[in-house]
Structures are given as structure tokens and as C-alpha cells.
Design a protein around this ligand. Sequence first.
Ligand SMILES: [Zn+2]
Length: 313
Amino acid sequence: MTSRTARTIAHQVPLTVNGGIDRGANHRLDEAWLGAAWSHPSTRCFVVSDGRALVVDTDDGRTELVTTPSFEAPFTEAHRYFLGTGTDGVRYFALQKDTLPGRMDDDARPAGLREAGALLGPRDSELLVHAVALENWQRMHRFCSRCGERTTIAAAGHVRRCLACGAEHYPRTDPSVIMLVTDDRDRALLGRQVHWPEGRFSTLAGFVEPGESIERAVIREVFEEAGVVVDEVEYVASQPWPFPSSLMLGFMARAGSSEIRVDGEEIEEARWFSRDDLRAAIESGVVHPPAGISIAARLVELWYGKPLPVPLP
Ligand SMILES: [Zn+2]
């Protein structure tokens, strides 16, 4: 297969764009530096709560994260995450709280990455995906996996420490593979998961298992779910997917056979689609392709060659 890198760049994957934030990992253990950064008048912060933050739609049609000066935000009661420094020198923090703050202006609304991830500009998208990923990890690692005692936040949100046994726990990311499989007629293999509504089809995907390479995971998952043997695997792009802690690794894969035998447990139905098949099925409303911020939609578009059609009225 030819390299798809150049074409991939034209298909920007949501949640991956460079927002110019220097994460400044070297400052995370420096409490004096963090304290000074927090107190600086230019510093901005926002509250993240259960994967959501406040966003606002501007008069000129953009969507922005609602940030406030840090001095307006008491942090002693909250978990404070240092997210980094913007290209203009502004330091950004997120505060994890149980609820989002009430707002005087009615324009602000709560939104998670699924709603706002593709609307926010690169800087705000990068800040929110970092904060949401940290929050999800923090919530799920309150106890030490070595001794079972309670852990405490450290390193500006990027470590949890166990005071009982001394273990340090770092943010977890679980690698998952997601792949658009094509056959020798350049048809695409799309499947429907058991719990999905009728007509919804997408790329196959699955978690990388312990002791397994990501390429082997692609081959295994496609065979397990659809009974299709994959010969070639080509990496395309990745996407942070903090729901709660995945990193999606996107591939194009080439099948050596076209016979389909679905597992019936994860995948209820899988079909080969030519581009004409898919266009007709989408336009007639029979098939609902992947949409939204997921890399699945970008992989299908990469094969399709242009944005996917929409159902005809
Ligand atoms: Zn421990």
C-alpha cells in the first residue's frame, strides 16, 4: 500500500490538533513555581466536572472555553491541574470540582468533548482534552493498586501518590486499535455492534491486549469480530479518546480474503461496501455512517476520498 500520510494531513482528526500548549512537565514538582504561576494575574483557569466544562459561543461564530483569572477561583477545595503555557505566555490550570460553577451570563453552557471537541479552537480543544483525561484518570485511581490504601494527588495532577506504601501512580492510557479494512476490490468492511441501533455501521475496533503489538491487535480483532484475514496493516493517525482513558490508533488494513463470519457477540453484522454501495445506502437512509469527532469517520472518509454524503430529503 502507498503511504497515506499526505492525505491524512488533509483529514485533521478532532482532539489532535496542536494548540500551542507547552505542557511544562518540568514544573509539575516545583511547588514554588506552581504557586507563582497560579498567582500571576495573567493566569487563566476553568472548572472541569464529570468530563464537562463551560463553553460560550462568540458573536463571530466561534466556540470558546470559559476561563477566568485564577484569583477568582478558590482552589483549596478542588483538585488543581497544571495544563501548561500558551504561546502568549499565559499559564492554564483546570480545577476539578463536583459541579460546574453557576454563571452570571446566560450564554455559557456546559459541554463535553463530544459536543464541543470539534467546535473549540485548537488551544481550547487541547486544554479540555488534557483536563478531561486527567479528571477521568484521577477519579478512577483514588486507591492504590499495590496496597489498596487511599492515594493523594501530586505533581499538579499528573501523579497520584500512596502515603502508605510509597507507590507513585501515573496517568493510564489504554491503547485501542481502530481500522478501516479494504479487500482486493477496494471495498470497505463496516460492521454493526450488537447494541447499536439498526443501520449504524462503522469501522471495527478493539483494545490491544497485554503483550501484544498494535499491528497484531489489528489482525486479531478483525479476525475475531468478522472472520476476515488481514494481510497488510498501515498506521494512519491516532486520537486521544478519554472516555475514559483510551488512545485510538487508526489504521488502514488490507484483507487477504473477502469471506465474512461475524462473531455475533460484539459484531452482529458486517458487510463489504463499494463507494457506490455506501453512497446509495447513506443517501437512502439505510446506513448511518460514523459521525462526530471519532477518528472512525475520518478513516471512512480517507477511503471514500471525500466527505461522506448525507441522507437525501
Ligand atoms: Zn499503596
